[in-house]
Write a protein that binds this ligand. Structure first.
Ligand code: NAD
Length: 282
């Protein structure tokens, strides 16, 4: 029997517990989100984050900057937020306009307020398995899903497809820290199918509808689909041919309703964790 991993259910449970913890606090955690320009998708994401934060009792501020804002103006704004003790978490919505160096922006955010966990300090802490302030949202959400369904990681062969700084790379490191045997595949991997067939757990973070087919997985594989794509009818879908692969998998995430809800859930938990860190300093 294949079990469909329910990200909506797991995230709801985690957020319920979080809102109960926040309700008990006198001073509330606070999240500042910077958005540059008018990209419609970015605006939707930012509004979703703000709405979710407010539902949970997190103070959320959105700072809108114009498309032609200079890099130094943006860096100065981050500096201001770094120094502002009423702000616990800072998020700069990506992508940024081409004239702004995203790496400089990421490195400007204080690691103690780096809610997305993109700063080299926190990334390095993960790479050395040594307590970062937070973990990146999507990989953290995926580990929560595996944990909720009691899926063993230690000793398992996990194949991660994708090597982005947001998903693939940190995912692989975090799995290694949990004693998985990890293989990372990417756009230049030869014989992808030969490798995916060996996976006990397959995590696809590519962004290509229909990439993972039934013949590419072994029986009883656990499949985590991070991809967010549109099929030929414009319907949201993942990287995995869900209907086909489901027939072989022991567990599988749907798209939507799998990894997606976990990402925003982790962002909220990270805001709370950074708030706690700031309290410990006092
Ligand atoms: P990205 O474009 O930065 O990285 C894609 C990766 O896929 C690259 O490392 C590339 O080497 C690899 N790749 C490309 N073609 C390949 C192929 N044919 N075979 C094997 N590997 C290949 O993307 P990203 O930011 O990591 O996101 C990946 C997907 O996950 C996208 O669809 C994105 O929308 C989605 N995503 C979803 C969530 C969520 O919360 N559900 C969060 C982040 C990203």
């Amino acid at each position: 029997m294949t079990e469909i991993i329910d990200g909506k259910l797991v995230s709801k449970k985690i957020l319920q517990e979080l809102s109960e913890k926040i309700a008990l606090l006198e001073k509330k955690p606070s999240l500042a989100v910077i958005i540059v320009g008018e990209d419609p998708a970015s605006k939707i994401y930012v509004n979703l984050k703000k709405k979710k934060a407010e539902e949970l009792g997190i103070v959320s501020t959105v700072i809108e900057m114009s498309q032609d804002v200079s890099e130094s103006e943006l860096l100065n704004k981050i500096d201001e937020l770094n120094k502002d003790e009423s702000v616990n978490a800072i998020l700069v919505q990506m992508p940024l306009p081409k004239h702004i160096d995203a790496n400089k922006v990421i490195e400007k955010i204080s690691p103690q307020k780096d809610v997305d966990c993109f700063h080299a300090y926190n990334v390095g802490k993960i790479a050395t398995n040594n307590k970062p302030f937070v973990y990146p949202c999507t990989p953290k959400g995926i580990l929560e899903l595996l944990n909720f369904y009691n899926i063993e990681i230690s000793g398992k062969h996990v194949v991660v497809i994708g090597r982005s700084n947001i998903v693939g790379r940190p995912m692989a490191q975090m799995l290694l820290n949990k004693n998985a045997t990890v293989t990372i595949c990417h756009s230049k991997t030869n014989n992808l199918e030969e490798i995916t067939k060996q996976a006990d757990i397959l995590i696809s973070a590519v962004g290509k509808a229909g990439l993972i087919k039934k013949e590419m997985v072994k029986d009883n594989v656990v499949v985590i689909d991070v991809g967010m794509n549109r099929d030929e009818n414009g319907k949201l879908c993942g990287d995995v041919d869900f209907e086909q692969v489901k027939q072989k998998a022991s567990y599988i995430t749907p798209v939507p309703g799998g990894v997606g809800p976990m990402t925003i859930c982790s962002l909220m938990v990270n805001t709370f964790d950074l708030f706690k860190t700031s309290q410990e300093k006092i």
